[in-house]
Structure formats: structure tokens, C-alpha cells
Design a protein around this ligand. Structure first.
Ligand SMILES: Cc1cc2nc3c(=O)[nH]c(=O)nc-3n(C[C@H](O)[C@H](O)[C@H](O)COP(=O)(O)OP(=O)(O)OC[C@H]3O[C@@H](n4cnc5c(N)ncnc54)[C@H](O)[C@@H]3O)c2cc1C
Length: 380
């Protein structure tokens, strides 16, 4: 349904995609690379829509229960947000050791250039650079290949992938890399050429390093020596640059009546619930640590400039000084530096919308989270 649609995340695109969700077809095809997935992750990440709204939209057409696949996958997103809410920056700490004793902290050139000789990896890295989007299976395969076959630390892989994704989300990305690495659950995720042949039948990985048994992959995962495919001569794909500030200049600072309430728009709340005046912020303290692709900057800045009287770019201290005399309302974000700035300058901070519960105690596994939240009636 969504293959031909644009990949620029806008509010209008979010609504079209939402209207096209067929929960039954999603459940049947979701794991296949050409399956009927929503491609809504960039919109959800940037607050152009949210899971309660999507559930409502789907339920206007067909009833959903806790057992529906799409509800379950939305649950994974809310689970990762729950963990982030409870752990903050400690989502980067690993509760278990990975299976091997040593991993590199530099991503090899053939991975960056998509010339590893493993067809699915090279194809999907090209897709990531071209579109900023990857199917869930492609993310799992790339992460597993990077960590378990090439012995690159999950932290290095996670930072690289985050930078190129349009939906890069610190919770979903960091914790999924940990899940694949085996540091979150204690069990590494491994895949072979047969698995690729099942879910991406057009891509032939025979003869490559992953054309082997799960027993052999397990031995490779525990070894500290990287394994390589036979060398092939392929054209390098150019990795796009990442930027720690938007490639566009900030606009002039608009003056607001100090008594009037104004929305504070940040990159994770690009759609606001009403049409009150708004100012946009880009906090460069955050982006110095987490740079983004030009594509992602263009989407975020276009949405902000369309909605805000001014978009301010600066460090947390600079923005706090500029915003000191405005009565601001913001939607909460857990993204570091932005969270601190918002608490400092906003008179009102509204919770980010959630569909399912957010248990007080940290749930270490998705299963225990899901078993707890599904004791409540299914959200309508
Ligand atoms: C290594 C790795 C890195 C990832 N990084 C990110 C990331 O930075 N940002 C991100 O939003 N997701 C991330 N994911 C989760 C998942 O792959 C994407 O959310 C999903 O592929 C997005 O495509 P979609 O919108 O078409 O998904 P659909 O299958 O259509 O699912 C609908 C929505 O449910 C949520 N969802 C579905 N599957 C998952 C999942 N496994 N975990 C969490 N939420 C899920 C997403 O919000 C998604 O948009 C990552 C997964 C892996 C394995």
C-alpha cells in the first residue's frame, strides 16, 4: 500500500498512511521485506502522529484486540519509551556481556561503503542512505552482521545507523541494537542466508559469509575474530554526510506578547494540538552528540518553518536566554539537552501521548511489560 508514497514525513502523509493500514494484511506480511508495513516510524518519532491516534484510526475500520500484531508492534515502541523513561542515559549501559570478548569501535570501510559482499547487507545500507528508512528485518540483519560477524561494538553500529535514519529514536535504536547484540536479553540474534531467502526471496546471499548453519553462526558470534565474505569487486556507495546543525540559517526571533501562551515546538513534536502561535527550537548541545542526515534536517526544518513564527538554533543556554520572557507550553521529550531546556523554560509541559501503560517499576523484558499493560482494557 505505501511503497509508492513519498518518504517525506509530513502530517498529511501520516494521515494517508494511517488510513491505509489494514491490520489483517499487516499481520500476514509484516516480516517480509516487501510486506505491508506502515512506514510510519519517521512520523511517530517526530510527533506528526502518535500511537493513540493510530489505534483510533484503525479501530474506526476494524476492531483491534491485544492479540493483534499491529498492537503488539506499537507495544514494542512504547516498551522502549518506557525503558528510556526509567533509565535515561543508562539505556547505553549493557546489562549482559556480548558473546565475544572484543569488539572494534570503528566501522570498517566496506560496511560504510556497502561493499561487504553480503548482498542483503549491501543492498539495505544503500537503501538506508538513499531513503533514511529500513524495514525492521533489514535493521536486525545489518545490526547482527555488524556485531556478530564483523565484531564491531553495538554502540558504534547504533550511532552510525541512528545518524542516517529519518526515524532515528534513541530508545528504539539503542535498545534494539542491544537486543540484537545479546546485551539486553543475554541471547544474541543471529541470521543466515536461508532466513534472508525466506523474507527477501529476491536477494541471493549464497556463497557469502552468512551462508552457513546456526551452529556455525553461534561459534562465529563467540569468537573475537571478524569473518569476511570472499572479496568481490563492487562499486562503493557514498555515505551521506551528517550535520550537527541544520544546513539552513535560523529565522529572526519573533516577538511575542509575554502574557500570551505560545507553543514551544521541538523536533519530536512537529504537529501541535491547536493553532496557537509557536516558536521552534534546535538545541545544538544535543546534535553535537547526535548529528543527522541532510534529509532529516530538511524534513524537520520544513515542518518547523511552516508552523513557527521563528525557529531558533543555539546551545541550551543561548535558547534559554532568548526564551526567558515567553510563556511557553511544550510536549515532553526524553531526548537529552532538550528535556533539560524544556523543564527550564516551559511554564507547562504536557506528557507525550501513550496508548498503553507506563509501569512505575522498570520492566527488563518486553514480555513482562506487555503482560502488565494488557491487564487493562484495550485502549479505544
Ligand atoms: C537495530 C534496530 C534499530 C532500530 N531503530 C529504530 C529507530 O531508530 N526508530 C524507530 O522508530 N524504530 C527503530 N527500530 C524498530 C523498528 O525496526 C522500526 O520501528 C520499524 O521497522 C519502522 O518501520 P514501520 O514504521 O514501517 O514499522 P511497522 O511494522 O509498520 O510498525 C508500526 C510502528 O510500530 C512501531 N514498531 C514496529 N516494530 C517495532 C520494533 N521492533 N521496535 C520498536 N517499535 C516498533 C514503530 O513505531 C512503527 O512505526 C529499530 C529496530 C532495530 C532492529
Amino acid at each position: 500500500m505505501t511503497r509508492a508514497m513519498s518518504l517525506v514525513p509530513t502530517r498529511a502523509d501520516a494521515l494517508t498512511r494511517a488510513n491505509n493500514i489494514d491490520a489483517k494484511r499487516y499481520a500476514r506480511t509484516r516480516n517480509y521485506l516487501n510486506g505491508d508495513v506502515t512506514r510510519l516510524s519517521p512520523h511517530i518519532t517526530h510527533g506528526l502522529t502518535h500511537i493513540p491516534e493510530l489505534l483510533q484510526n484503525i479501530q474506526a475500520r476494524s476492531e483491534l484486540t491485544w492479540d493483534d500484531k499491529i498492537a503488539f508492534e506499537f507495544g514494542w515502541r512504547e516498551y522502549f519509551q518506557h525503558v528510556w523513561d526509567r533509565l535515561g542515559v543508562d539505556i547505553w549501559r549493557q546489562p549482559h556481556h556480548p558473546p565475544a570478548s572484543a569488539y572494534a569501535d570503528v566501522l570498517p570501510d566496506d560496511i560504510r561503503g556497502a561493499t561487504t559482499g553480503v548482498a542483503i547487507i549491501d543492498q539495505q545500507i544503500g537503501e538506508l542512505y538513499r531513503t533514511g528508512y529500513l524495514h525492521n528485518h533489514a535493521r536486525m540483519w545489518i545490526a547482527s552482521y555488524v556485531v556478530h560477524i564483523r565484531k564491531v561494538s553495538w554502540q558504534t553500529g547504533a550511532r552510525w545507523m541512528y545518524g542516517h535514519l529519518l526515524d532515528g529514536d534513541l530508545a528504539s535504536n539503542t535498545l534494539s541494537w542491544q537486543w540484537v547484540a545479546g546485551t539486553w536479553t543475554g541471547k544474541p540474534y543471529l541470521f543466515n542466508a536461508e532466513n534472508v531467502a525466506r523474507y527477501a526471496p529476491d536477494v541471493d546471499c549464497s556463497g557469502s559469509v552468512i551462508d552457513t548453519s546456526y551452529e556455525m553462526l553461534d561459534v562465529m558470534a563467540r569468537s573475537s575474530t571478524p569473518a569476511l565474505s570472499p572479496q568481490i569487486m563492487a562499486d562503493r556507495t557514498v555515505e551521506p554526510d551528517l550535520f550537527s546543525a541544520p544546513p539552513l540559517p535560523p529565522t529572526d526571533v519573533a516577538q511575542h506578547d509575554p502574557a500570551a501562551a505560545v507553543w514551544l515546538m521541538h523536533p519530536w513534536s512537529l504537529h501541535l494540538p491547536d493553532d496557537r502561535a509557536a516558536v521552534g527550537i534546535i538545541n545544538t548541545d544535543f546534535h553535537a552528540a547526535y548529528p543527522w542526515s541532510a534529509k532529516r534536517w530538511q524534513c524537520v526544518m520544513a515542518a518547523m518553518q511552516a508552523r513557527c513564527a521563528s525557529v531558533m538554533v543555539g546551545s541550551g543556554d543561548e535558547l534559554a536566554a532568548l526564551l526567558a520572557r515567553t510563556k511557553l507550553t511544550a510536549i515532553k521529550t526524553l531526548n537529552p539537552h532538550y528535556d533539560v531546556l524544556i523543564r527550564r523554560v516551559a511554564a507547562t509541559v504536557l506528557p507525550a501521548p501513550r496508548a498503553f501503560g507506563n509501569p512505575n517499576m522498570l520492566k527488563r523484558s518486553f514480555t513482562s511489560f506487555w503482560n502488565q499493560v494488557r491487564r487493562e482494557p484495550f485502549p479505544r
